[in-house]
Design a protein around this ligand. Structure first.
Ligand code: HEM
Length: 519
């Protein structure tokens, strides 16, 4: 057979002469059991789906490159802070794959929904892959990974009726989790429905570390800034779109790439010295907080262009697998409790969703680094990750060949010394309301109107105790926001003033003051 030959075959390479008729005894049947071609075709079809992602099931992937500027904001070389090889010299390009997604809906759900958007980037670097798995809003609903399954259950359909996005479930959980207020003030604002994937920002959200050649560390937060500008839809715009096309964002992304309008983002970082920063009102390891940009400026380090759509959606988008544990030398984790929990969850779900050898698939395997492991076998083993040594030696250490450890980095110890007792406690500086209130005050009037309308529309579908507790939280964040949402719910500060703080809360002195003057 030549490459040009387009003859249909089985997966075993036998040409298929009849793809229309089942083999039968006589033209009216019965069918025969030894009909290999028929069995293979149906049996494969029966297995065409892998489980969809438990979150972020709906999404679209595109490919392109990241190009480093070599410096942080045009000033010091990036290597001052990180020895990761992809950042230098200026102009160096690294291939990337990016998957944008919604969070709560299923694989075929609408993309014009009010929901955070996933923004996951895989850099195929020369030191192996680096995944930056973020979102478009910059913060998150919770700060401890142990709450994630409960939070997601509250967002998913009711397990009895399978009704979707029941506000009572969503805000029942939120009313007892005040750390989520900042994120809800974003999700219910126009930014909760981006006009397209191309016109949204991206953020790493969790706090990571950078490590330089001397082993010195900095805390880092990542930002993606779209060259296409940021555009969002109002609730009304989004409603119209949902009726027209479920996959509106995927279509927009692939349409733009096909037309040669390649979307582009700049990558920027905020850096902070690696310690607890007692001078701040929040903990730098708390992903419900942003870092004030006037103190920690957003400094550009490179750009990313997406210029290719997948050749096959299932192979390259459904099977792509990102994880927060996928880092390269010069980048590291912080002790952010969400980040640590996420790092277990991603590869765990992918071993279940795709299979134990998911990292051997072309879209997941490093494109620019060698893979030599002693991991063998398991379902769907595609290749042996051998090195150049003796292939029989699939263990280490050995004096008879087989893979050897890489040279140790010059600085194996890094970052500050950590000391503490084994405990189960929330972080001390929760400060759940200040940034939520500032978010409202810093919005434009039309954005504030949208936010208020969306709070009212959602809370008016909730039970009275949930409405009252949510209104209490809103007052604790910002009086005007409380007044306006309260008006829509026919509630006032007087109706909620009697509420005690939650048993899980410790109010700051400022929050105590707000509570005393509620409304
Ligand atoms: C996807 C877990 C928090 C962004 C997923 C998946 C799981 C998961 C299990 C499905 C992965 C797959 O099937 O391949 C968690 C847990 C979290 C958490 C346990 C908290 C403890 C977050 C946060 C962000 C985020 C804070 C944003 C900063 C994403 C994105 C995807 C995703 C973008 C989709 C990746 C893709 O496109 O394939 N998460 N997640 N997650 N998560 Fe999280």
């Amino acid at each position: 057979m030549t490459d040009e030959d387009n003859t249909l075959t089985t997966r075993n390479g036998q040409p298929i002469a009849d793809n229309q008729n089942t083999r039968t005894i006589g033209e009216r049947g019965p069918a025969t059991l030894e009909n290999y071609q028929f069995m293979e075709k149906l049996a494969h079809f029966d297995r065409e789906r892998v489980p969809e992602r438990v979150v972020h099931a709906r999404g679209a992937t595109a490919f392109g490159f990241f190009e480093t500027y070599g410096t942080v904001g045009g000033e010091e070389p990036i290597s001052t802070h990180s020895r990761a090889k992809l950042f230098e010299p200026a102009g160096k390009r690294t291939e990337v794959a990016v998957r944008f997604s919604t969070v709560a809906g299923g694989r075929d759900s609408s993309e014009a929904v009010r929901d955070p958007r996933g923004f996951a980037v895989k850099f195929y670097t020369e030191d192996g892959n680096w995944d930056l798995v973020g979102n478009n809003l910059g913060v998150f609903f919770i700060r401890d990974a142990i709450k994630f399954p409960d939070f997601i259950h509250s967002q998913k359909p009711d397990p009895v009726t399978f009704e979707r996005q029941v506000p009572n479930r969503v805000f029942d959980f939120a009313s007892q989790s005040p750390e989520s207020l900042h994120m809800f003030n974003l999700v219910l604002s126009p930014r909760g429905v981006p006009a397209s994937y191309r016109t949204m920002q991206g953020f790493g959200v969790n706090t990571y570390k950078w490590v330089n050649a001397a082993g010195e560390t900095k805390l880092v937060k990542y930002h993606w800034l779209p060259k296409q500008a940021v555009k969002s839809w109002t609730e009304e715009d989004a409603g119209k779109q949902q009726g027209l096309e479920l996959g509106v964002h995927t279509k927009d992304l692939y349409g733009a790439i096909a037309a040669g309008q390649y979307p582009e983002w700049e990558l920027a970082v905020q850096l902070m010295d690696d310690h607890e920063h007692p001078e701040l009102e929040f903990d730098p390891l708390d992903d419900t907080k942003v870092w004030p940009e006037h103190v920690f400026p957003v400094r550009r380090i490179g750009r990313m262009v997406l210029d290719r759509a997948p050749e096959d959606f299932f192979a390259e988008s459904e099977q792509i697998a990102f994880g927060t544990g996928v880092l390269v030398d010069g980048l590291d984790f912080s002790d952010d409790k969400m980040l640590v929990g996420r790092t277990f969850s991603y590869s765990d779900t992918q071993r279940h969703r795709i299979g134990p050898n998911y990292l051997q698939l072309p879209v997941n395997t490093p494109k620019n680094a060698r893979v030599t492991t002693n991991q063998r076998d398991g379902a769907m083993t595609y290749a042996v990750d051998g090195g150049s040594g003796n292939p029989s030696v699939n263990y280490e250490p050995s004096i008879t060949g087989g893979p050897q450890e890489a040279p140790k980095p010059t600085h194996t110890e890094q970052g500050p010394v950590v000391e503490g007792r084994l405990t189960r406690q929330r972080i001390a500086r929760t400060n759940d309301y200040a940034q939520a209130g500032e978010r409202y005050l810093l919005s434009e009037p039309w954005e504030q109107d949208e936010l208020v309308a969306n709070w009212i529309a959602n809370l008016s579908q909730c039970d009275r105790p949930i409405q009252e507790r949510m209104l209490w939280h809103l007052y604790m964040a910002e009086t005007e926001l409380g007044d306006r949402v309260g008006q829509g719910l026919e509630l006032t500060a007087d109706d909620v003033r009697h509420l005690e703080p939650l048993a899980t809360q410790t109010l700051t002195p400022e929050e105590e003051q707000r509570r005393a003057n509620l409304g």
